[in-house]
Each structure stands twice: as structure tokens, then as C-alpha cells.
Design a protein around this ligand. Structure first.
Ligand code: G3P
Length: 218
């Protein structure tokens, strides 16, 4: 499973890279607004840190302007993935960009039907938002299962399922059990995967017992 960081925080991105946990980065207009940074230079800086796909989302909602914005964004770096919303205009943009060899991440996906449309439009990634479905009492992970079932029936589709809106480690684990290709999460959630009380307890016991030997490896 590829791990993408759902953040634009440079320090967080560098930190994940240092631990070998950074396969890509996803941003969206809300993440960019929260950063307080200029969009284009920030994406450029992220692309200099991360070799994997870096999602930069168009800001407009009409096809003509999306196409123009995509032309600007894809010039930032070769590993920029253009993020478009799952709308008719977004998928028309996706089809043209993907036909031209540009990576497209189709976002704001909440149904299997939408994911089928994105695959037919040649999306490199589909981003189903599991957390936001959970937030309204739907089983977000059921959508992941449905999309993977559909995509498995059509090997001609190259679209990778990029599990998004990840709220906790169980979203990551359950998606991985289903074979989702990618997940994107805030670095804090990714790091929660390390945590287990028995690991902490066992390590404390090892340290304590090693002290009793009076030895040193160095
Ligand atoms: O960036 C796409 C997605 O991960 C957003 O997640 O937490 O805003 O629902 P969230």
C-alpha cells in the first residue's frame, strides 16, 4: 500500500520522508488555505521533497477554467497530479489531461458509480472520502470494497484507489486488507500505526533486563 501524506506542512512531509513513509502528498484548497502559503511555490517546494505524486487541485468548477488552471499546475513539476472534483466538468478535464499523459486524481468521490465514471475518464487515482461518509453514519469502508470489486472486474482500468478522508489507523488497516492501492492521511494518523501498549511494555522490560546484565554493546 502506498502512503500519501494529506498535508502541505513541509516539516511533517520531511519527517515522514525521513522514516521512509512518504510515497506521495495530497493537498486540497482547504489544506492550502490553512497553510497560509502561496499555492504554486508551496507545491513546487513539496515536489522538491517528494518524488512521488503530489496532488494539486484546480480551484475553479467550470471546464474551461479548470483546463487553464491545470496547464499552470502541471508545469510546476513532472510529479504533479492534477486534482479535479468528481463533476461532469472535472471528468471532462480528467479525460483530456489523462489522454495527454497527465496524472489526474479525481477527488470528492462518495459513490461507486462516481468511481466507475472516473476510471472511464482515465483517472490515475480515485479519492473516495471514507471519513466524511462515516461522519454522516454511512460505512465509508463499504465504498472502498465496492470500488475495488468493480475495478477488479475490468483490468483495462488503470485507476488506483486512493483512500482519502482517513480519520484513524483502522481506515488504513481495513483498506489495506481489501487491497486498496494507496491511502492518504494526516501524518499524525499515519504515526498512530506505530502505537501498541504491548510493544511499549515489552521494550521497557527488555531495557530493564539489559541493565541488569551490566554489559554494553559499544
Ligand atoms: O484531501 C482529501 C481528503 O483526504 C480530505 O479529508 O479530512 O478533509 O475529510 P478530510
Amino acid at each position: 500500500m502506498k502512503f500519501f501524506a494529506d498535508t502541505s506542512d513541509i516539516d511533517e512531509i520531511k519527517d515522514l520522508a525521513d522514516y521512509g513513509l512518504l510515497d506521495g502528498v495530497t493537498t486540497n484548497p482547504s489544506i492550502i488555505a490553512k497553510s497560509g502559503r502561496e499555492f504554486i511555490p508551496l507545491i513546487k517546494e513539496i515536489c522538491e521533497i517528494c518524488d512521488g505524486p503530489v496532488s494539486a487541485e484546480v480551484a475553479s468548477t467550470d471546464y474551461a477554467t479548470m483546463r487553464k488552471e491545470a496547464e499552470v499546475l502541471r508545469k510546476i513539476a513532472d510529479n504533479v497530479a492534477i486534482k479535479v472534483p468528481l463533476t461532469p466538468a472535472g471528468l471532462k478535464t480528467c479525460k483530456e489531461l489523462s489522454d495527454d499523459g497527465t496524472m489526474v486524481n479525481v477527488t470528492l468521490c462518495f459513490s461507486a458509480g462516481q468511481a466507475l465514471l472516473a476510471a472511464k475518464a482515465g483517472a490515475a487515482f480515485i479519492s473516495p472520502f471514507v471519513g466524511r461518509l462515516d461522519d454522516i453514519s454511512y460505512q465509508g469502508l463499504d465504498l472502498i470494497a465496492d470500488i475495488l470489486t468493480i475495478y477488479d472486474n475490468y483490468p483495462q482500468y488503470d485507476t488506483e484507489v486512493l483512500v482519502a478522508s482517513v480519520r484513524n489507523p483502522m481506515h488504513i488497516i481495513e483498506s489495506a486488507k481489501m487491497g486498496a492501492h494507496v491511502m492518504t492521511a494526516p501524518p499524525k494518523v499515519i504515526k498512530q500505526l506505530y502505537n501498541h501498549p504491548l510493544t511499549d511494555k515489552g521494550l521497557a522490560a527488555f531495557v530493564e533486563d539489559w541493565k541488569k546484565t551490566g554489559q554494553s554493546i559499544l
